[in-house]
Design a protein around this ligand. Structure first.
Ligand code: ZN
Ligand code: FE
Ligand code: FE
Ligand code: ZN
Length: 264
């Protein structure tokens, strides 16, 4: 099984499980590497209620150290962060990047302006929105994140479909410009299995997007976005199959922000 680099810890306030339980699940699933990438702090604090605070960063590094000690060489433990892409965030991402010798940084778009559109708390806002407009804004934001070059991995590419809001017609009009932007940035994307368990009932990104990404030469990682030990290995083999159907034959590995690869 490939590496799984997108996983969380209880520090983000909406995940559960000990470092030992997460690592045991990773070993049981036969993953090649286990990476921890909890929701990064965001200023000004308190920013929202679903991430660690800046002052908790030492606890986060300690949590990872405990995972590494428990793994005791049985599986490599990598450490990263899932950072939020927000307007004007570049200096803060630089600050986060310099805080530790990370193996990788994941960039994710969860916010459009001050709206965390993937938060079920604000489903009412979706009901009052024009889906085409939200999608346009989402993909423009995603392209800017890719172009920033600040991240190794771009998270859950079409998260905007989470609650099954999809524009009419062929979605390639949204996909093509962002595929170009990602391909020129050199960033990897992830195939994130969490979407299979959300109202959209489809991994992020869609099979169509994945096929375009593969044709454009965009590298891939596979991840489950685990918020509990039970989710660590969930659907990874299904994702491997999905990635192979899209044309992928390898996934990336990261150590100290340098990349390697392993066959799929
Ligand atoms: Zn989360
Ligand atoms: Fe996320
Ligand atoms: Fe996540
Ligand atoms: Zn994520």
């Amino acid at each position: 099984m490939p590496a799984n680099y997108h996983t969380h810890t209880p520090l983000c306030r909406h995940a559960e499980g000990s470092p030992e339980a997460f690592v045991d699940a990773a070993i049981a699933a036969g993953l090649s590497e286990y990476g921890i990438s909890d929701h990064a702090p965001q200023i000004p604090e308190p920013f929202d209620d679903w991430r660690m605070l800046d002052a908790e960063m030492p606890d986060y590094l300690q949590w990872i150290e405990q995972a590494r000690q428990h793994a005791a060489g049985r599986i490599p433990i990598r450490c990263g962060l899932e950072c939020d892409w927000l307007d004007g965030c570049e200096p803060w991402i630089d600050t986060l990047a310099s805080r530790h010798d990370w193996d990788y940084l994941i960039g994710s778009v969860h916010y459009l302006g001050d709206w965390d559109f993937d938060n079920p708390k604000w489903l009412g806002k979706w009901a009052a929105s024009d889906v085409d407009e939200v999608w346009t804004r989402y993909w423009q934001t995603y392209s800017r994140m890719a172009e920033s070059g600040l991240f190794d991995i771009l998270g859950h590419p079409d998260l905007v479909k989470k609650f099954s809001h999809r524009p009419q017609g062929d979605l390639h009009r949204f996909y093509e410009p962002v595929i170009d932007a990602i391909a020129s940035s050199g960033c990897a994307i992830e195939l994130n299995t969490a979407g299979w368990h959300k109202p959209c009932a489809e991994a992020y990104p869609s099979p169509d997007f994945l096929e375009l990404a593969c044709s454009a030469g965009i590298p891939l990682v596979i991840s489950s976005d685990a918020h509990s030990p039970a989710e660590v290995g969930r659907d990874i083999s299904r994702a491997v199959e999905t990635a192979r159907i899209a044309g992928y034959r390898e996934t990336l590995l990261f150590e100290k922000r340098r990349r390697g690869s392993e066959p799929l």
